[in-house]
Write a protein that binds this ligand. Structure first.
Ligand code: NAP
Length: 257
């Protein structure tokens, strides 16, 4: 490793990929600082150094990158975390610090799936009354106000921390976090007589079991499309992110492959 490798790589996190990347960088002796927004009360902490809380927009992030001497940034935040993606792009441009986007692939419908694509949570809410009356709502605790006016629909809302009001008037909240199994999702959906599922196109394996369960039960799924992100160099796997970091650090250490 060169001296430069002790300057940190910043991983913007809050995802399983971000944790896997931080763990791999630690293993290879690359200094990594993971950043979390601080939304979840008891977050799963990545290995290595961690900082928690917003930076104060692109300017705040740019200042932080300079102060810490950050050598590269990997934006491994969730596909629906729009603002931090724009912040990272702005700060990278302002400072010249190289930026990589690590984003898992979206889900693909297969044989037997009945998926309806929605452009937003509001759009999903508009589609619901025609699709069912007992909804499994798995879009997270933010943005549930979009469903608050649907008084003829019953919701099973699942999220990690308690959601903020307003919520739909007929709703049960369960607090849980993945990974989930198809058997567990099937049992949950049967127990609550779910007739339609709403999800973001989060991708990944942690939360995809609900899609398998919906297919087995012949239930429709409303899938909210990912919002657009700034056009930056993007990879889909932790291995490719490691390769990018290795070339940015200019290290000859083959362990960082
Ligand atoms: P967001 O709308 O993009 O972020 C809002 C603000 O929170 C940002 O402007 C930034 O504040 C701060 N922030 C976000 N991610 C941060 C990070 N990793 N480190 C430091 N500050 C961060 O994001 P969000 O949708 O609220 O999501 C928050 C976090 O939860 C993300 O890190 C994401 O990876 C994770 N997450 C989100 C979802 C989802 O569905 N949205 C699902 C699972 C996990 P400043 O402008 O002050 O810097």
């Amino acid at each position: 490793m060169t001296d430069r490798s002790r300057q940190p790589v910043l991983v913007l996190g809050g995802t399983s990929e971000a944790r896997a990347l931080a763990a791999a960088l630690e293993r290879y002796g690359v200094r990594v600082i993971s950043s979390l927004a601080g939304r979840v009360k008891k977050p799963r902490l990545p290995e290595g150094e961690v900082r928690i809380g917003g930076f104060g927009g692109p300017e705040g992030l740019a200042a932080w990158l300079r102060t810490e001497g950050v050598v590269a940034v990997v934006d491994a935040t969730h596909p629906f975390a729009e603002r931090i993606g724009a912040s990272a792009a702005g700060a990278a441009e302002a400072t010249g610090v190289p930026l990589l986007r690590l984003e898992r692939a979206g889900w693909q419908a297969g044989a037997g799936d009945d998926w309806r694509w929605a452009d937003s949570l509001d759009d999903a809410a508009r589609m619901l009354p025609e699709l069912g009356t007992r909804v499994f709502l798995t879009t997270g605790r933010q943005g549930l106000a979009a469903f608050a006016h649907l008084s003829d629909v019953w919701f099973l809302i699942r999220c990690v921390d308690p959601p903020d009001p307003p919520l739909p008037p007929r709703a049960e909240v369960i607090l849980d976090r993945g990974p989930y199994t198809a058997e567990g999702e099937l049992a949950l959906m049967r127990e609550h007589r779910i007739d339609v599922v709403v999800t973001k196109d989060s991708g990944g394996s942690y939360t995809e079991a609900k899609l398998t369960a919906a297919r087995e039960l012949g239930r429709p799924v409303v899938v909210v499309r990912r919002p657009p992100r700034p056009a930056v160099t993007t990879v889909g796997t932790v291995a490719d992110a490691l390769e990018w970091i290795r070339s940015e650090l200019g290290t000859t250490d083959q362990k960082a492959r």
